[in-house]
Design a protein around this ligand. Structure first.
Ligand SMILES: Cc1ncc(COP(=O)(O)O)c(C=O)c1O
Length: 419
């Protein structure tokens, strides 16, 4: 592979081989999992840096261990960049992931048992928005809202009705599989009239928001959380933005509330991610993501797939496979066999079980980062259609597999950096 793994190659060839195989998989396939991206090489460098050696607990200037002055500079830099990037009053960049960021928000102003209104999991919400087996559903009393069955977009009238009925202390918005824009101003009005906090989880769409290509919840919400992966396309971690009046509660919910020492190498990579997201190159990428998702959606519709809500405003599509007489499970499996990765996903009112589903979620972030545009999106739609229409024909699948590799390799990944 690369000089960077030269030592590993000799000291632990088994792990080296695993890294090599995964690099080849990423290079030769079409990566359409909506939560994935290819991080800049700087993120790989920082995550492999000596910063991993430093133990740091607490906050800059108030650490529990000596020797943290340099790490204080780094955390302050990351916090400042996050605040500027999103126009937020306060930022906490310590959460190790999106789930722990969400846990800290609940923990900051709620008590166990408090009522929360969140989006239904099978209509786009996330596990941390109230799933019964998740800490969220086990700690708090969740009620859920969903989509209008006709438009397949958030039914704001029902959110309003449910907020008045249940009087939750918090309303959670944001999703893992929702292709449309969210009306944050309207949700803020609903939350205000119910005397509830508004918390928006932008894990999937943070990059598009940072680049200004879709609206931001920051002016409207009390709390906003995100991962630094997905459309932000950076380090694997999380962060919280909030109004200044909640800064102390949020900070102490993260530490000492739910976390101990931080992963400073990852925090530095997050700081890089926030800085990179301010560049013109990032803005161009984010605009292209939205254009590519729309182009892929249109091409799939032309080929007989149905898109939930009729299209997309962001980086992902939710594809209803019933017109192709396929389940999400089958389509995911057969696509993977030709080198295209997507994930099965429930669609609204899905008649299938969660491990089977009638849909797949398709995202364009990773392929956009590689440099693909509208014409490649149409090629991808053509390949996906051939797989759907001939999923039991090994000859066609073999041809598609070769076309996938040829298309993927036209757009090199980490060339000159990992080899
Ligand atoms: C909306 C949403 N919130 C939170 C998370 C959790 O992030 P993590 O996997 O970093 O814990 C995800 C991840 O898929 C997500 O989609």
């Amino acid at each position: 592979m690369s000089d960077r793994l030269e030592r590993l190659k000799h000291s632990d060839p088994v792990l080296y081989d695993i890294c090599q195989r995964e690099l080849q998989r990423q290079r030769k396939g079409l990566e359409l999992i909506a939560s994935e991206s290819f991080v800049p090489a700087e993120v790989l460098e920082l995550q492999g840096s000596v910063l991993t050696n430093k133990t740091a607990e607490g906050y800059p200037g108030k650490r529990y261990h000596a020797g943290c002055a340099v790490m204080d500079d780094m955390e302050r830099l990351g916090v400042e960049r996050a605040k500027v990037l999103f126009g937020a009053e306060h930022a906490n960049i310590q959460p190790l992931g999106g789930s722990s960021a969400n846990q800290a928000v609940y923990f900051s102003v709620l008590q166990p048992g408090d009522r929360i209104l969140g989006m239904k999991l099978d209509q786009g919400g996330h596990l941390t928005h109230g799933y019964s087996m998740n800490f969220s559903g086990r700690t708090y009393t969740f009620f859920d809202y969903g989509l209008d069955p006709v438009t397949e977009t958030i039914d704001y009238e029902s959110v309003e009705r449910l907020a008045q009925l249940h009087r939750p202390k918090m309303i959670v918005a944001g999703a893992s599989a929702y292709p449309r824009l969210i009306d944050y101003e309207r949700l803020a009005g609903i939350a205000k009239s119910a005397d509830a906090y508004l918390f928006v989880d932008i894990a999937h769409i943070a990059g598009l928001i940072a680049a200004g290509v879709i609206p931001s919840p920051v002016p409207h919400a009390d709390f906003v959380t995100s991962t630094t992966t997905k459309t932000l396309a950076g380090a694997r971690g999380g962060f919280i933005l909030c109004r200044e009046k909640y800064a102390k509660a949020v900070d102490s919910a993260v530490f000492p509330g739910i976390q101990g020492s931080m992963h400073m190498h990852t925090m530095a990579a997050k700081a890089f991610t926030f800085g990179y997201a301010m560049t013109d190159a990032f803005k161009t990428y984010a605009k292209q993501v939205v254009e590519n998702a729309a182009a892929l959606g249109e091409a799939l519709e032309e080929k007989g797939f149905r898109l939930v809500s009729g299209g997309t405003d962001n980086h992902l599509l939710l594809v209803d496979l019933r017109t192709k007489k396929l389940t999400g499970k089958r389509f995911e499996q057969v696509l993977e066999s030709v080198g295209i990765t997507v994930n099965k996903n429930m669609i609204p009112q899905d008649p299938e079980k969660p491990m089977v589903t009638s849909g797949v979620r398709v995202g364009v972030t990773a392929m956009t980062i590689k440099g693909m545009g509208g014409s490649e999106m149409r090629e991808i739609a053509e390949l996906m259609t051939r797989v759907a229409d001939h999923h039991e024909n090994p000859e066609v699948l073999n041809e598609v597999s070769q076309a996938v590799e040829a298309l993927a390799e036209r757009f090199p990944l980490y060339e000159g950096f990992l080899d």
